[in-house]
Design a protein around this ligand. Structure first.
Ligand SMILES: [Zn+2]
Ligand SMILES: [Zn+2]
Length: 163
Protein backbone atom coordinates (compact mmCIF):
# COMPACT_ATOMS: atom_id res chain seq x y z
CA UNK A 1 0.00 0.00 0.00
CA UNK A 2 2.97 2.29 0.71
CA UNK A 3 3.97 2.18 -2.95
CA UNK A 4 0.45 3.14 -3.97
CA UNK A 5 0.38 6.19 -1.70
CA UNK A 6 3.86 7.24 -2.76
CA UNK A 7 3.15 6.98 -6.49
CA UNK A 8 -0.12 8.90 -6.14
CA UNK A 9 1.61 11.73 -4.28
CA UNK A 10 4.42 11.80 -6.84
CA UNK A 11 2.02 11.96 -9.80
CA UNK A 12 -0.35 14.29 -7.95
CA UNK A 13 -3.17 11.77 -8.28
CA UNK A 14 -5.88 12.36 -5.72
CA UNK A 15 -6.07 9.49 -3.24
CA UNK A 16 -9.72 8.53 -2.91
CA UNK A 17 -11.19 5.59 -0.97
CA UNK A 18 -12.40 4.20 -4.33
CA UNK A 19 -8.95 4.29 -5.90
CA UNK A 20 -7.42 2.76 -2.81
CA UNK A 21 -9.98 -0.04 -2.82
CA UNK A 22 -9.44 -0.79 -6.52
CA UNK A 23 -5.69 -1.05 -6.04
CA UNK A 24 -6.10 -3.18 -2.94
CA UNK A 25 -8.37 -5.67 -4.72
CA UNK A 26 -5.77 -6.32 -7.41
CA UNK A 27 -2.94 -6.42 -4.90
CA UNK A 28 -4.67 -8.95 -2.64
CA UNK A 29 -6.16 -11.08 -5.40
CA UNK A 30 -3.15 -13.14 -6.61
CA UNK A 31 -5.43 -14.30 -9.43
CA UNK A 32 -4.69 -11.52 -11.92
CA UNK A 33 -8.30 -10.31 -12.02
CA UNK A 34 -10.21 -8.87 -14.97
CA UNK A 35 -11.62 -5.35 -14.69
CA UNK A 36 -15.08 -6.91 -14.39
CA UNK A 37 -13.98 -8.92 -11.39
CA UNK A 38 -12.44 -5.90 -9.67
CA UNK A 39 -15.66 -4.00 -10.33
CA UNK A 40 -17.75 -6.74 -8.70
CA UNK A 41 -15.50 -6.70 -5.64
CA UNK A 42 -15.62 -2.94 -5.03
CA UNK A 43 -19.27 -2.43 -5.99
CA UNK A 44 -20.78 -3.52 -2.63
CA UNK A 45 -18.71 -0.87 -0.85
CA UNK A 46 -19.20 1.92 -3.37
CA UNK A 47 -22.73 1.55 -4.68
CA UNK A 48 -22.48 4.42 -7.15
CA UNK A 49 -19.20 3.36 -8.77
CA UNK A 50 -19.50 2.44 -12.47
CA UNK A 51 -17.65 -0.24 -14.38
CA UNK A 52 -16.20 2.49 -16.58
CA UNK A 53 -14.67 4.26 -13.58
CA UNK A 54 -13.08 1.02 -12.37
CA UNK A 55 -11.74 0.27 -15.82
CA UNK A 56 -10.32 3.76 -16.29
CA UNK A 57 -8.75 3.68 -12.82
CA UNK A 58 -7.03 0.37 -13.63
CA UNK A 59 -5.70 1.84 -16.88
CA UNK A 60 -4.47 4.87 -14.96
CA UNK A 61 -2.63 2.61 -12.50
CA UNK A 62 -0.96 0.80 -15.41
CA UNK A 63 0.20 4.13 -16.88
CA UNK A 64 1.50 5.14 -13.45
CA UNK A 65 3.45 1.89 -13.25
CA UNK A 66 1.50 0.64 -10.24
CA UNK A 67 0.03 -2.33 -12.09
CA UNK A 68 1.04 -4.46 -15.03
CA UNK A 69 -1.22 -6.19 -17.50
CA UNK A 70 -0.72 -9.85 -18.28
CA UNK A 71 -0.47 -10.45 -22.00
CA UNK A 72 -3.17 -12.68 -23.35
CA UNK A 73 -4.31 -13.29 -26.88
CA UNK A 74 -7.55 -11.48 -27.54
CA UNK A 75 -8.91 -11.82 -24.02
CA UNK A 76 -9.97 -9.09 -21.63
CA UNK A 77 -6.97 -7.59 -19.84
CA UNK A 78 -5.82 -9.13 -16.58
CA UNK A 79 -4.11 -6.99 -13.99
CA UNK A 80 -1.12 -7.84 -11.82
CA UNK A 81 0.16 -5.84 -8.84
CA UNK A 82 3.35 -7.89 -8.57
CA UNK A 83 5.85 -5.82 -10.53
CA UNK A 84 8.83 -8.04 -9.75
CA UNK A 85 10.01 -10.31 -12.54
CA UNK A 86 8.05 -13.56 -12.58
CA UNK A 87 6.40 -15.85 -15.09
CA UNK A 88 2.83 -17.06 -15.53
CA UNK A 89 1.04 -20.32 -16.04
CA UNK A 90 -2.41 -19.90 -17.55
CA UNK A 91 -4.99 -22.66 -17.41
CA UNK A 92 -6.89 -22.73 -20.70
CA UNK A 93 -9.88 -24.40 -19.03
CA UNK A 94 -10.56 -22.27 -15.92
CA UNK A 95 -8.49 -19.27 -17.02
CA UNK A 96 -6.65 -19.04 -13.71
CA UNK A 97 -3.20 -17.46 -13.91
CA UNK A 98 -0.58 -18.66 -11.44
CA UNK A 99 2.68 -16.88 -10.69
CA UNK A 100 5.92 -18.76 -10.64
CA UNK A 101 9.54 -17.84 -10.82
CA UNK A 102 12.18 -19.78 -12.60
CA UNK A 103 15.73 -18.47 -12.78
CA UNK A 104 16.45 -19.15 -16.47
CA UNK A 105 13.19 -17.39 -17.51
CA UNK A 106 14.01 -14.30 -15.44
CA UNK A 107 17.38 -14.01 -17.20
CA UNK A 108 16.17 -14.31 -20.79
CA UNK A 109 18.04 -12.22 -23.32
CA UNK A 110 16.30 -10.58 -26.22
CA UNK A 111 17.52 -11.80 -29.63
CA UNK A 112 19.58 -9.18 -31.46
CA UNK A 113 17.31 -9.20 -34.51
CA UNK A 114 14.56 -7.90 -32.21
CA UNK A 115 16.54 -5.59 -29.94
CA UNK A 116 18.34 -3.84 -32.79
CA UNK A 117 15.15 -3.14 -34.72
CA UNK A 118 12.55 -2.56 -32.03
CA UNK A 119 12.49 -1.02 -28.61
CA UNK A 120 11.72 -3.72 -26.06
CA UNK A 121 9.69 -2.84 -22.98
CA UNK A 122 9.35 -6.19 -21.28
CA UNK A 123 10.02 -9.89 -21.73
CA UNK A 124 7.79 -12.49 -20.15
CA UNK A 125 7.07 -16.20 -20.35
CA UNK A 126 3.53 -17.56 -20.28
CA UNK A 127 3.03 -21.30 -20.12
CA UNK A 128 -0.45 -22.49 -21.08
CA UNK A 129 -2.09 -25.78 -20.29
CA UNK A 130 -4.59 -27.49 -17.99
CA UNK A 131 -4.00 -26.79 -14.30
CA UNK A 132 -3.69 -29.47 -11.65
CA UNK A 133 -7.16 -28.82 -10.26
CA UNK A 134 -8.88 -28.93 -13.66
CA UNK A 135 -7.14 -32.14 -14.71
CA UNK A 136 -8.36 -33.85 -11.54
CA UNK A 137 -11.88 -32.47 -11.79
CA UNK A 138 -14.63 -33.48 -14.27
CA UNK A 139 -14.39 -36.64 -16.32
CA UNK A 140 -13.00 -36.08 -19.80
CA UNK A 141 -15.71 -35.44 -22.41
CA UNK A 142 -14.99 -38.88 -23.95
CA UNK A 143 -16.29 -40.62 -20.83
CA UNK A 144 -19.49 -38.63 -21.10
CA UNK A 145 -20.02 -40.02 -24.61
CA UNK A 146 -19.50 -43.56 -23.33
CA UNK A 147 -22.06 -42.94 -20.62
CA UNK A 148 -24.75 -41.90 -23.06
CA UNK A 149 -23.98 -44.82 -25.37
CA UNK A 150 -24.35 -47.17 -22.43
CA UNK A 151 -27.62 -45.48 -21.45
CA UNK A 152 -28.94 -45.95 -24.97
CA UNK A 153 -28.01 -49.63 -24.94
CA UNK A 154 -29.68 -50.10 -21.59
CA UNK A 155 -32.82 -48.46 -22.90
CA UNK A 156 -32.79 -50.76 -25.94
CA UNK A 157 -32.30 -53.77 -23.66
CA UNK A 158 -35.16 -52.64 -21.47
CA UNK A 159 -37.36 -52.22 -24.51
CA UNK A 160 -36.50 -55.75 -25.67
CA UNK A 161 -37.22 -57.18 -22.25
CA UNK A 162 -40.50 -55.30 -22.24
CA UNK A 163 -41.61 -57.01 -25.48
ZN1 LIG B 1 -7.75 -24.83 -14.41
ZN1 LIG C 1 1.72 -12.34 -11.94
Amino acid sequence: MERFLQRCRQDRIRITPQREAIYRVVKDAHEHPYAQRVYRKVKPRFRSISFDTVNRTLELFVRMGLLKTVEGSGQPKRFDADLGSHSHFRCTRCNTIFDFSYGPYERLTVPRKISTRHSVRSVSVVIEGICERCSRRKPAPKEGVHESVRDMRNQQKRRKIGK
